[in-house]
Design a protein around this ligand. Structure first.
Ligand code: AGP
Length: 372
């Protein structure tokens, strides 16, 4: 009913709007003012976490994209090798697991069969499993050694939005916690991440306030057949997530690429007027990546692409090559997905609506996939 949707036309719109609160709730009480992680709820003893030699993340769909981003944070902050794998592929390739492997299973519903089978396999091999889950008492956390709940609240729309942002927050918390129990010396970068995490809910809110041009753009693209998405570093999983949202909601051909792969094939797809959404890393920090993606944008634009650029506010170097510029707040590089994903959700939702699709219940899909 309309009341259930809190005055919004669709659950998805309501859930997109709830993201600042979902993010804040997931952080609540888990980092103190001094920057200490308080995750006693993760019932894996510090002695075990100190011995972890490898982290393996398993998940499906949107949760898998969160896991891809987590890999960047875990390896960069803790120096523990980390791989992220589609849960449905995991057990069938005889993965190498032992008592010193920490497997992180990410799932909004906690009922996804592929993810459940992957974690069962991991536990059989002696690995410790930590679930990141949004649904209290669901099967995945029940079968795991420990759980860190995301506090997104119930997610009804089939397309995952607020759950994704809170999965990212939970992944960052786990990465920082791993670093903390292992005595990693916090450099300035991590200290600034901890500080900025407390600002992120406000920044997501700022993004939501500026979405009208994105909706307008989406409506203008309703008759297109294809939209491509490019990103680099943590912007690559964001590109994949943007494409997934568009597939499931707008039933359009949408594909995400790592921008560095462009010249290895996908650039052949660029033709006159094809919309290409590019997620641009901050010009500060890893500026090499920024410069490379700016030249990618120039290359595709020279071949006729219509460039839709998601870039940090004040990024003047990229602005001249953007047919449409979507500005997002300044964040540390690793946290950028929390703000960069939001315009892509709004874009997909509006495009789907413009095409007359049922946003909350896209065809052929179920909210939780309880079969393998
Ligand atoms: C996301 O928009 C999808 N509906 C889907 O990819 C989903 O994220 C995936 O099925 C995993 O679900 P889970 O988080 O409940 O395990």
């Amino acid at each position: 009913s309309a009341a259930e949707k809190g005055g919004y036309d669709y659950f998805m719109l309501k859930e997109i709007a709830e993201q600042p609160k979902a993010v804040a709730d997931t952080l609540l009480g888990r980092i103190d003012l001094a920057g200490n992680l308080c995750l006693d709820e993760v019932r894996i003893p510090a002695s075990v976490l100190r011995e972890v030699s490898k982290v393996v993340i398993v998940a499906c769909g949107t949760a898998y994209h969160a896991g891809m981003i987590a890999k960047y944070a875990i390896e960069h902050w803790t120096r523990i090798p980390c791989e992220t794998e589609l849960a449905s592929e995991f057990r069938y390739r005889d993965p190498i697991l032992d008592q010193r492997t920490l497997v992180i299973a990410i799932s909004q519903s906690g009922e996804t069969m592929d993810t459940l089978m992957a974690l069962r396999h991991a536990r059989e091999q002696g690995a410790k499993v930590l679930a990141i889950c949004n649904t209290n008492g669901s099967t995945i956390p029940r079968e795991s050694d420990a759980v860190l709940y995301t506090h997104a609240g119930p997610e009804v729309a089939v397309a995952s939005t607020k759950a994704f942002l809170t999965q990212l927050v939970a992944c960052y918390l786990v990465a920082l916690y791993l670093g903390q129990v292992r005595g990693t010396k916090w450099g300035d970068e991590i200290l600034s991440v901890i500080r900025e995490l407390s600002e992120i809910a406000t920044q997501v809110d700022e993004v939501l306030e500026t979405m009208e041009p994105v909706r307008e753009l989406a409506r203008s693209l309703a008759s297109k057949n294809t939209v491509l998405f490019l990103g680099r570093h943590v912007g690559f999983p964001v590109a994949l997530e943007g494409a997934l949202k568009l597939k499931e909601l707008a039933y359009m051909h949408a594909e995400g690429f790592a921008a560095g792969e462009l010249k290895h094939g996908p650039i052949a797809l660029i033709e006159q007027d094809v919309p290409v959404v590019v997620v641009v890393p901050s010009p500060r920090g890893r500026s090499v990546l920024h410069d490379k993606i700016v030249s990618n944008i120039q290359e595709i634009r020279a071949r006729g692409a219509r460039t839709i650029v998601i870039a940090e506010r004040g990024d003047e170097a990229v602005a001249p090559y953007a047919d449409h510029l979507i500005e997002i707040p300044v964040t540390p590089t690793l946290l950028q997905p929390l703000v960069a994903t939001v315009p892509l959700q709004v874009f997909a939702c509006e495009l789907a609506t413009a095409r007359g699709n049922e946003v909350d219940q896209p065809r052929n899909l179920a909210k939780s996939v309880t079969v393998e």
